[in-house]
Unconditional design. Structure first.
Length: 268
């Protein structure tokens, strides 16, 4: 089984938000931890709090193309247009884009159509775009998916707020599951231990995972960690899925643990 983490952050600077307690998290640190946990590859989402993180992602992909790929970001300001998408995708190891749209002013641009140029650019190029988006904007994501069907969307962290615990963290679950009707939407089961109300194996989260799996299937549910903010080790994050979910076995387990995300983003 090839194990691929669907989301980590690499950065070399000393600063991080309070909930990301490992700072910095370097290429060398990640490789050491991945080897210890048996993680073969990781999708790096460059840290938005470090302005050098995108360049650092290129370094990681050039030095270790068999271990790291990148879902990069650029500022969605007045200078951004479709040509920026092309320039970004030309960077080594760049297999897609990832944007944090949780701030109200950014989230409102989803609903208003203010980012339609971005979705159109991604649709023409048939690339994957990951989104950190909060529950009130999930219906807008469904509309985007319907209008741009060749773009492959990925919802970070099951659309949960990283500061919330269960049951509040899953209050939006029906809205998330409704997205499963769109074949170009997948979900990252990342950061899951962070919403648990108990210790390993985080049994309080298992029913949520089962509902997501039943809705999206193994081809559109991706294991991952967002390791720099988790209250557990990478190894525990792996075995939580590989050993503690009796309904996740065989081919389905292979897909969830890595094969499906590699296919979704085109990491051959």
């Amino acid at each position: 089984m090839t194990i691929i983490d669907a989301q980590i952050h690499l950065w070399a600077g000393p600063i991080a938000p309070p909930h990301h307690w490992r700072a910095p998290y370097t290429i060398e640190s990640a490789l050491r931890d991945m080897d210890q946990a048996g993680v073969d590859r990781a999708v790096n989402c460059p840290a938005i709090w470090d302005p050098e993180a995108n360049d650092y992602a290129v370094q990681a992909a050039l030095a270790h193309p068999d271990r790291f790929a990148t879902m990069g970001w650029f500022p969605l300001d007045g200078t951004a247009d479709a040509s920026v998408v092309d320039a970004w995708l030309d960077k080594p190891g760049m297999l897609g884009l990832r944007f944090m749209l949780a701030a109200p002013e950014m989230a409102d641009r989803i609903a208003s159509g203010g980012l339609d140029w971005l979705w159109a650019a991604a649709d023409r190029r048939q690339i994957a775009v990951a989104l950190m988006v909060l529950p009130p904007y999930l219906p807008a994501v469904a509309d985007i998916a319907a209008r741009f069907p060749r773009m492959r969307l990925m919802i970070d962290h099951l659309a949960t707020n990283p500061f919330e615990k269960l049951p509040d963290a899953a209050a939006h679950l029906d809205g998330l599951l409704a997205l499963a009707r769109h074949p170009n939407i997948a979900v990252k089961a990342t950061g899951v231990p962070g919403m648990a109300t108990d210790g390993y194996p985080f049994a309080s989260t298992h029913a949520v995972l089962r509902q997501v799996f039943d809705a999206f299937g193994a081809e559109r549910m991706f294991w991952g960690t967002d390791i720099t903010r988790l209250p557990c080790s990478w190894q525990e994050s792996v075995t939580m899925f590989t050993e503690e979910l009796p309904w996740l076995r065989g081919r389905d387990l292979d897909l969830v643990m890595g094969e499906a995300v590699a296919d979704w983003i085109g990491w051959r």
